[in-house]
Write a protein that binds this ligand. Structure first.
Ligand SMILES: [Zn+2]
Length: 232
């Protein structure tokens, strides 16, 4: 029932519409269940069903994240850029209005769901068990680089279910060859254990972070990947 109410709110975009639909159309479906009193209560109730999102302020030049030891800083520790936008006055700053924000979605939660699904758990060893014609490459696991990695990291390779991840981005100019202007910069991970037809489908493309910035972060992707590296 709660999920149904939430879907109504998404469709209609407004709490008012939710209340109207909830009372006129779906109220009768509640049976013995307890119906949340309002939109806020419904949203709070279903919070655990969604993926947790961490919001972290970043330097507007992309040199650092305001987290861990730097969480209380108001200025960039490298070049002194302000963390927050000013409100008219030179002195007054609004601590709710940072220049740039990074939204980070936990990888662990997504991997847990991958292992919890019977449909995917068998496919996690596909990279080691599939047959490929000699001299052909249908999947990155057929490449010499993959085999070299396995040879270097024997313990990791011995457990076939260990997840191998591919990182994809859009717009970063790692080699400073161009600088496109967008407002949002996504970083996506996909599990390479699976056949390509599955790992390349949108369901298995895990959006890890979205950087909201009006300038190109260029080659500074390593700063933003700090969170992901720590989680791994
Ligand atoms: Zn900075």
């Amino acid at each position: 029932m709660t999920l149904k109410l939430h879907s109504i709110s998404v469709e209609e975009k407004t709490p008012t519409a939710l209340e109207e639909k909830g009372t006129s159309t779906h109220w009768g479906d509640a049976g013995d269940h307890t119906l949340p009193l309002d939109y806020y209560s419904t949203k709070k109730l279903i919070t655990d069903l969604g993926l947790p999102v961490e919001k972290i302020d970043t330097c507007k030049n992309g040199c650092m994240l305001y987290w861990n030891d730097n969480i209380d800083r108001d200025y960039c520790k490298f070049y002194g850029e302000a963390r927050y936008k000013r409100l008219g006055s030179e002195i007054l700053i609004c601590k709710k209005n940072p220049y740039t924000i990074l939204r980070y979605l936990s990888l662990t939660t997504r991997l847990q769901r991958l292992y919890a699904s019977e449909a995917t758990i068998e496919q996690l060893t596909w990279h080691a068990n599939h047959q490929t014609e000699e001299g052909s490459m249908y999947h990155p696991s057929d490449a010499k680089a993959w085999r070299y990695f396995d040879w270097i990291y024997l313990n990791f390779a011995a457990e076939l279910c260990n997840v191998r991840l591919r990182l994809c981005t859009d717009g970063f100019a790692l080699h400073r060859q161009y600088s496109r202007m967008y407002s949002y910069w996504p970083v996506i991970l996909t599990p390479y254990n699976l056949p390509l037809r599955i790992s390349m489908s949108s369901e298995y493309m895990f959006l890890m972070m979205v950087i909201h910035d009006h300038s190109n972060p260029k080659y500074l992707i390593d700063v933003y990947l700090e969170l992901l590296i720590k989680e791994l």
